[in-house]
Write a protein that binds this ligand. Structure first.
Ligand SMILES: Nc1ncnc2c1ncn2[C@@H]1O[C@H](COP(=O)(O)OP(=O)(O)OP(=O)(O)O)[C@@H](O)[C@H]1O
Ligand SMILES: [Mg+2]
Ligand SMILES: [Mg+2]
Length: 471
């Protein structure tokens, strides 16, 4: 049964000030209701003044998503009565959005390139935030710091075919937004999604206001199962809005009147229509993820998978380009396959890693001073220090202190000799032609050197030592 998914994504644009007033958008650590004025509080008589930067950001997203812009775009009032919006209407866009008909390229579940069509993007203001206080007396508080933050709503066509595909789409979209510098992905609630899902031939359900990528995938996975089970039991899926309960990973019906609500949209009389077609021509785009991915493969000779991973986040891509001169391929492996995993494990961001120190580590690996295994140990020491807020030690210092340099010279020969002497049976088995005996001896040397010997060279060296010792 075909799964059909379409997303409506609300992105908080990272402008310095709000959409229709000069209040600062940087309110995260501040007291409630300290970033407000008569305009974003919606007091009678206050007039909106459009933030030019927000329109530019919106248009650059439209351009990056290959969208068409109309001659003229217009704001509209969406009327509803709720405490998160004291003026009783949201300024948004309705029949004349900023742009229409775009595309985003993603990978489908088989790993093939696929196009997801974008229906439209439009600007609107974020409402205030309600905090529901429960306890002996139940009441709600409202914080208008968020009221008037510019949102860009991005609506997709129902082109996504699985919850995993939806998540990959969101990752790609987030990468594009971060490359454009219009969005701060680290901010909580900076991206909120309404996920629409149906099984072919059935009604669709809309899961509202999911605030994480993982949440979108989880909510959709839950819905696929729920809807399939309904149909299996001979029941019908009803068209409805549902809420996602992040903690429990389930969706619940929100059957309310809001679905049939008539918003009585009409053009916003206090704002001029925008001539966006002319404006669009002046918008310049930076290099975007797909272009950067292709350049990485060409310029550094790295694999598609590495290029994809490394360009998924502009900070990661910058980091890679910084350290690549040591050795592009070795760097790609160490950043994409090893560093990323260690960062995720510690819930650390790439910005916490000093690239110069990482280059020193790469140089030690490249020169063969340490083995891969010891390299991972050094990296862990470095990251643990960073995570604890301590300065990052030089890799060479860690290597010295922990005695991690590759076993070499006399020290190494002594270890091999000692292992051979301690295992005469294995040595004679090897001489008698048993290949397995060599592996055993190599394993013993690895154990003695605690990973400081290079397993790739070790077999040859041990064999040589046996040949050289008395024949
Ligand atoms: N059969 C379907 N199955 C799943 N998703 C669908 C289906 N048809 C449409 N969609 C998706 O649902 C969304 C439709 O959003 P649209 O804004 O047009 O309608 P709405 O949800 O009724 O309105 P709004 O949420 O803005 O009040 C789009 O993302 C679209 O891709
Ligand atoms: Mg909307
Ligand atoms: Mg909707």
């Amino acid at each position: 049964m075909k799964t059909i998914i379409g997303l409506e994504i609300h992105v908080q644009l990272s402008t310095a000030t709000k959409l229709f007033c000069g209040c600062s958008t940087d309110y995260r650590d501040d007291e409630p209701n300290t970033h407000c004025c008569p305009i974003c509080l919606g007091l009678p008589g206050a007039l909106p003044r459009l933030n030019r930067k927000a329109v530019e950001y919106g248009l650059s997203v439209a351009k990056a998503l290959n969208m068409k812009v109309p001659e003229v775009s217009e704001f509209a009032r969406k009327n509803y009565f709720y405490p998160d919006l004291p003026k009783a209407y949201q300024i948004t866009q309705y029949d004349k959005p900023l742009a229409v008909e775009g595309t985003v390229e993603i990978e489908d579940d088989e790993g093939h390139e696929k196009i997801v069509r974008i229906t439209r993007v439009h600007l609107e203001e974020d409402p205030g935030r309600l905090v529901h206080v429960t306890g002996s007396s139940k009441y709600s508080l409202v914080d208008y710091n968020r009221s008037g933050i510019p949102l860009l709503e991005i609506v997709t066509e129902p082109d996504l075919r699985s919850p995993q595909e939806a998540r990959r789409f969101l990752n790609k979209l987030r990468a594009i937004l971060e490359y454009l510098g219009v969005f701060d992905g680290d901010r909580e609630g900076a991206l909120r999604v309404d996920a629409n899902i149906s099984l072919e031939g059935s009604e669709r359900v809309e899961v509202k206001n999911i605030s994480s990528y993982k949440g979108v995938e989880k909510a959709l996975t839950f819905e696929v199962t729920r809807q399939k089970n309904l149909l299996r039991r001979g029941q019908k899926v009803v068209r409805e809005t549902r809420h996602f309960m992040e903690g429990r990973g389930i969706t619940t019906s929100a059957r309310g009147k809001e679905e049939e609500y008539d918003y009585r949209y009409f053009p916003e009389p206090d704002l001029q229509p925008l001539r966006v077609a002319d404006w669009m021509e002046k918008i310049k785009l930076p290099e975007l993820p797909t272009a950067r991915k292709n350049r990485f493969m060409e310029q550094y000779g790295i694999s598609l998978n590495h290029a994809r991973t490394l360009t998924g986040d502009p900070k990661l891509a910058d980091f890679y380009e910084h350290v690549a001169p040591v050795d592009p391929i070795l760097s790609a492996t160490w950043v994409a396959d090893i560093l990323l995993g260690e960062l995720n494990y510690r819930d650390m961001s790439i910005s916490a890693v000093p690239p110069e120190r990482f280059m020193e580590l790469l140089a030690l690996l490249r020169s063969g001073t340490i083995t891969d295994k010891a390299g991972v140990q050094v990296l862990r020491e470095m990251l643990n220090a960073c995570a604890a807020g301590k300065p990052c030690e030089a890799p060479a210092t860690i290597v010295k202190r922990e005695n991690l340099a590759k076993a070499a010279g006399d020290e190494f020969t002594a270890i091999v000799q000692a292992v051979l002497a301690a295992n005469p049976q294995a040595v004679s088995d090897y001489r008698a032609g048993k290949k397995g005996a060599l592996n055993f001896l190599v394993g013993q040397v690895m154990k003695e050197t605690r990973g400081r010997a290079d397993p790739r060279e070790l077999g040859r060296i041990v064999a040589e030592c046996i040949d050289k010792s008395e024949v």
